[in-house]
Design a protein around this ligand. Sequence first.
Ligand SMILES: Nc1ncnc2c1ncn2[C@@H]1O[C@H](COP(=O)(O)OP(=O)(O)OP(=O)(O)O)[C@@H](O)[C@H]1O
Length: 199
Amino acid sequence: MLLEINGLTGTPGGPFRLEVDAGECVVISGPSGIGKSLLLRMIADLDENEGSVLLSGASRNAMPAPQWRRQVTYVAAESGWWAANVREHMHPAQSALPFLSQLGLGEQLLDASVSQLSTGERQRLALIRAVIRKPRVLLLDEPTSALDEKTVLRVEALLKDLMASGTGIVMVTHNEQQAHRMATRRYHMTSGQLTEISA
Ligand SMILES: Nc1ncnc2c1ncn2[C@@H]1O[C@H](COP(=O)(O)OP(=O)(O)OP(=O)(O)O)[C@@H](O)[C@H]1O
């Protein structure tokens, strides 16, 4: 098993149990404000939590937090940027090029100022920024909420490529059609609990 979560508890409730195999996309849906983002943040160890989280059998507790987050990467619905230009966030910038093209973004965006990006550009660039670091698990929070339908499908195609190469994905989405297209397994979140539903 790629990611094994047991007894995870924190602000959004729990104990949560969740397993994600290599190449899987586990979709979590549920009412607004129920704690879906907080659950993803707990898995990435960004907020206080307790419980067992294993990556290929290795405990999260046995590695420094930056190393964990590099392998199990949270991509927020609204991304934070720490430098003025896009390029400064892409390491190495060259590796972003094929993804820019796949997601319908021009190369010149690498030299754009973050403050001038459209919401949809920022959303796709935040995903690319995460993907080029080759995480083993992606925790995606509403990854296409700002995108038009055609671009949503481009992002989904990229995610399916990543799944085919063994990446595990946990995705929070309110988009029912997207859940249907992407999910290998689905959960519904209600107050403090996850219930498996049919994919
Ligand atoms: N750091 C925090 N500590 C305590 N409560 C928080 C914290 N951050 C958010 N909350 C609250 O916890 C609840 C769950 O927030 P969360 O963002 O996880 O919801 P969500 O299910 O992802 O909602 P949406 O679908 O609207 O994005 C909200 O009521 C929110 O205000």
